[in-house]
Design a protein around this ligand. Sequence first.
Ligand code: NAD
Length: 334
Amino acid sequence: MSHRVTLILGDGIGPEVVLAAKRVLEATGAAIEWEQVQAGAEMLARCGTPLPDEVVESVRRTGVALKGPVTTPVASGFRSVNVGLRVALDLYANVRPVRTLPGVPGRYARVDLVIFREATEDVYAGKERWVDEDTAETVKVITRKGSERIARAAMEFARREGRRQVTCGHKANIMKLTDGLFLDCARQVARDYPEIEFDDRIIDALCMQLVMAPESFDVLLLPNLYGDIVSDLASGLAGGLGLAPGANIGDEIAVFEPVHGSAPELAGRGIANPIATILSGAMMLRHLEEAERAAAVEAAVTKVLAEGRVLTPDLGGNATTDKMADAIIAALPT
Ligand code: NAD
């Protein structure tokens, strides 16, 4: 069966890693018809908005997208396209698996975490204002509906995948109402899953324990901001951002993208690691019920990393993005 998928190249290293991932996915034999659209600063200049309606409409139509990172200006300029897309399409579950892979140098022998980050609420609503010229404030929004559905997504995943434990990270000792509500909803939802151990940690202690003993955690359930920070921290435990895939999942629509950003300092040099986007593509294939092809991509990535001959500079080698994709394609089972 042929799948229609929206392709958003992004900017910075986005086009390089997305086109490399596209080649790998096509090499599995999956029949994909791509609808290519673009978002970001280039679109702002061309059509007055960084997130044109045609992008949102295309993803609504296809229900599935593979997306590259998009640059967001710091401290001024347009609102994040990534946040805008998640909110417009109600992609509330940002799912980010982090696993040690063979051959990748790192401090830990075994990391196997899956982060469930709520992706539509918290301080990302962009509700900020100047109170006076020396004071700015932002609004943090946490709702029962938003908290319950991400908690249920994490618990359902744990049940389906035979995971033993879900840990909720929060700061409910300080933000008693907002983080208190998030934790309370998580605890209530967890009662429906007695076979899964549920616990919670204050977010600062969780970060320390993740660095000391990542193997003692399994699935992490986090509100938006802590989830964003902990995702990068966790990817650093297992080889860095070049290897960390992700998915933004709603009830009807899913957008797959690497955890990393547009890495402007690497853009145009052809040396970005494409594996995070390739593994995001494998997550997409699984979502499209192409489990065998997804497993083939993951096995090929594992093989290339274990051999250690073709590695991009972030992994200590000198291969280009395209050479890495070529090696992964060559390692696909025939
Ligand atoms: P970044 O993730 O782009 O880069 C952080 C570090 O990781 C840099 O040292 C970079 O060189 C390295 N890195 C990232 N991806 C890599 C890859 N594939 N291969 C090798 N090294 C890689 O984070 P940043 O520099 O904080 O952000 C840059 C821009 O990206 C910002 O505008 C930010 O808003 C945006 N961003 C977008 C997304 C998204 O589109 N979902 C996510 C995060 C950041």
